[in-house]
Design a protein around this ligand. Structure first.
Ligand SMILES: Cc1ncc(COP(=O)(O)O)c(C=O)c1O
Length: 347
């Protein structure tokens, strides 16, 4: 990871992002080659380090984000806020985040520790887009309009830098790490940046690669993901939605059950969205060919209260699992992995 003193602008942060481990899941799926892209190894601990750093970098380059002048503002359900506040702190920007009050206390505490001012709303976990439906987005927009020149919003639902972070980062990494043998990619949808960025890149390489969206049920509790029947599609997703071959809907229970199976079988302790991705794989694995790559967006660390509330793990068991998973060399929360690390790909 980049030493704090080497960071003079967001471009330095972008350089420390990505090249996350690709890990084969030998125990959970032994008949097919299934790999997990472990995105919690990014600085700030999630896949959102990629778009957050790219959006800040492009904001600086375009002169919309200026040190000692601009405050960063964003509606976010969690990881984008964690990543933006983490990087804003390193770069010396003030930051305000419009967040759903239902978000986990652990996430709120991380945001506050990173110096963010929280503007809480009664929204669902993943802010809904579209007219009149979303308070977090409406609140951020109103503040920007009423204080001209004060704010810069990365605007993850519209900003193509979000797409580019995956098109130029995650997609090429997966292609290279699978030696071009990837047959399917499965991820969830929040803004659509991951699925359209990775999907567009992979389909340009080989149009037969299947791009699959894991979609949580309506009124779900999967932080960061969206059910497209109850929420309008973000602009970013609509721009390239044709890259998605299939959408697989999964219940909260199916997702949480897979979190437990993953922890027992692979000693990887993941956040809820990973459970949805694994549950979607279960429903489609028989028809997939080649190397199957799953996106693991974040780890369990922020979800103790959620897992306890939904009976996934009692607090004591959660602490034990978290501790055990830290002995696993792929559980590299809040640090960047060495690209030369010999245990990057487990055969
Ligand atoms: C924790 C988490 N948040 C959000 C997303 C969705 O990302 P995007 O906003 O790029 O659609 C994912 C993808 O699986 C995720 O794991």
């Amino acid at each position: 990871m980049q030493a704090q003193s080497d960071i003079s602008n967001a471009e330095d942060i972008v350089k420390g992002i990505g090249n996350t481990p690709l890990v084969r899941l030998n125990n959970l799926f032994n008949l097919k080659e299934v790999y997990a892209k472990i995105e919690w190894c990014n600085p700030s601990g999630s896949v959102k380090a990629r778009p957050a750093s790219w959006m800040l970098n492009e904001g600086e380059k375009q002169g919309n984000l200026v040190r000692d002048k601009t405050t960063v503002i964003e509606p976010t359900s969690g990881n984008t806020g964690v990543a933006l506040s983490h990087f804003a702190k390193s770069l010396g920007y003030k930051i305000e985040l419009a967040v759903p009050e239902r978000m986990s206390d652990e996430t709120k505490n991380i945001l506050k520790t990173n110096g963010a001012k929280l503007l809480e709303t009664e929204d669902d976990l993943c802010p809904r887009v579209g007219p009149g439906t979303d308070q977090a987005i409406a609140l951020a927009s109103a503040l920007i309009k009423n204080h001209p020149g004060k704010y810069y919003s990365p605007d993850q639902y519209n900003n193509d830098a979000n797409f580019r972070s995956h098109y130029y980062g995650t997609g090429p990494e997966i292609w290279k790490e699978t030696n071009g043998e990837v047959g399917a990619f499965i991820t969830g949808i929040g803004t659509g940046g991951t699925i359209t960025g990775v999907g567009t890149y992979l389909k340009e390489k080989n149009s037969n690669i299947k791009i699959i969206a894991a979609e949580p049920q309506k009124n779900h509790n999967i932080q960061g993901l969206r059910n497209l029947d109850e929420s309008e599609k973000p602009e970013l997703l609509k721009r390239r939605i044709e890259v998605i071959d299939e959408k697989i809907t999964v219940t909260d229970k199916e997702s949480f059950d897979m979190i437990k199976k993953l922890s027992s079988a692979e000693n990887l302790f993941a956040g809820p969205s990973t459970g949805s991705v694994l549950a979607a794989l279960n429903k489609t694995i028989n028809k997939l060919e080649g190397k199957i790559v799953l996106l693991f967006g974040d780890n369990a660390a922020k979800y103790k209260s959620i897992y306890s509330k939904f009976g996934v793990y009692e607090e004591k068991e959660f602490d034990k699992r978290l501790k055990e998973s830290k002995n696993n060399c792929f559980t590299c929360t809040y640090s960047n992995t060495d690209p030369e690390d010999s245990c990057r790909i487990r055969q």
